[in-house]
Design a protein around this ligand. Structure first.
Ligand SMILES: [Zn+2]
Length: 144
């Protein structure tokens, strides 16, 4: 029997993002990369949004970045998230230069505990047997 690990709606992977989701299952953060522009882009598309070439590679990202912005959510607009408030929605800027919308985890949802520009690293959460999603947590200072 397949056991669901969350009571929340689980993302449905689209074909153009399949490598991303398969990477997440293996605890790898894969990003679309254009060899012509020699740069990453986000979100996944079957073509490069700069040069429009249909030659997209998938490369493993470092999983490290910084907190670009965030918001502490005290009210759940979706009832599925009611048990989770307060939680922290965030935009993380990866070392590869792309920004991901995500959740900040392993961090007290207090304004004095969260700092724009703080170093963060990817962690993976299994939402179901099929879908694993990246989240980000603060990099602990003692790890340096
Ligand atoms: Zn390009």
């Amino acid at each position: 029997m397949t056991q669901k690990r969350t009571n929340k709606t689980v993302p449905i992977p689209m074909p153009e993002a399949r490598p991303f989701w398969e990477g997440c299952k293996k605890r790898q953060l894969l990003l679309p990369y254009c060899p012509h522009c020699q740069d990453y882009f986000w979100y996944p598309r079957p073509f490069c949004p700069r040069c429009f070439r249909w030659q997209v590679e998938w490369r493993q990202a470092s999983g490290r970045g910084t907190l670009y912005t965030y918001a502490i959510q005290y009210r759940a607009l979706n009832p599925e998230w009611a048990e989770d408030v307060p939680y922290v929605t965030a935009v993380v800027e990866l070392e590869e230069g792309v920004r991901l919308f995500t959740l900040l985890v392993d961090c007290e949802p207090q304004p004095d505990k969260i700092r724009i520009g703080m170093p963060v690293e990817v962690v993976f959460e299994d939402l179901s047997e099929e879908v694993t999603i990246p989240r980000f947590r603060p990099v602990r200072e003692e790890k340096r």
